[in-house]
Design a protein around this ligand. Sequence first.
Ligand SMILES: C[C@H](CCC(=O)NCCS(=O)(=O)O)[C@H]1CC[C@H]2[C@@H]3[C@H](O)C[C@@H]4C[C@H](O)CC[C@]4(C)[C@H]3C[C@H](O)[C@]12C
Length: 325
Amino acid sequence: MCTAATYKSKDFYFGRTLDYEFSYGDQIVITPRNYSFHFRYIGDKKKHYAMIGMAHVAENYPLYYDAMNEKGVAIAGLNFVGNAVYSEVQSDVENIAQFEFIPWILSQCASLAEVRELLDRINIVNTPFSEQLPLAQLHWIISDENESITVESMSHGLHIYDNPVGVLTNNPPFPQQMFQLNNYMHLSPKQPENTFSENLALDAYSRGMGGIGLPGDLSSSSRFVRVAFTKIHAISGESEKESVSQFFHILGSVDQQRGCCEVADGKYEITLYTSCCNVTKGIYYYNTYENHQISAVDMYAEDLDGNNLICYPVIQGEQINYQNK
Ligand SMILES: C[C@H](CCC(=O)NCCS(=O)(=O)O)[C@H]1CC[C@H]2[C@@H]3[C@H](O)C[C@@H]4C[C@H](O)CC[C@]4(C)[C@H]3C[C@H](O)[C@]12C
């Protein structure tokens, strides 16, 4: 399972948890403006916007999981297993292989308005990257500081939904996720009033009772509601540290601990990493299951006019700050 969310304080933040039982070998990858992107069906793009995100690099190609570009657009791919269907190559459209979707959007869009225009002519094609890296069944959240959309390629076509909560998890399809929020409209960060019966002396005996009913399990629909509630009510100061800290707390509400979600005999899904992009400033923050310290890579500390990928390893291992030795 995975969860993505947006957050606005002074700057705009976007990130995700990546939950899985193993890692593909991830790195923080900056693609500078003059790296030549080879697209299988539309040729090469030699000059484009720079981008940064988490990716697996194969054959010198950045296979992004989540990323942002220098213009303030961010995107994340999350599992959509059993529902994602990609097409055969078609004429009169832009055929983009599923693994090219993130570079295709981020290389040329400076806003969600431009993303929507581009999506009018796309056909997401079922070409795998290679035999070793077959098709991933994903759906995507794409955001700028003003709005978010969800993109789902299914058997009956490509769906582009406004995403007014700015969150995404996995199955079921997005309209069903949104619909179930109706069931939780009574939830509140405030203490409840007794509307049950005026004849009973009911007592709000504990703090937090306005949220009773918020689902606590790890299913995708429960995480959707939980992170939506947390994000909508989250409050922080406007400074970078306060905002980043708060962002990690929001996604912390859907963190997966080893042992709680068994996916095969003795195999457990865990939150491998959590990312937080400051989309306004081009800084990619992350922490991992084994390393709670927040690490960061600043896109603007690099030469963005270069033509080679710039890769940073994910720092693992808890960094414990001993105070007395
Ligand atoms: C496994 C990841 C999604 C995690 C997730 O959503 N978990 C939920 C589990 S569940 O179903 O809901 O139970 C996805 C997100 C991005 C994916 C990667 C990216 O799409 C980039 C390439 C694409 C290639 O086709 C396959 C390898 C790959 C490197 C993908 C491997 C894997 O499918 C990733 C890493």
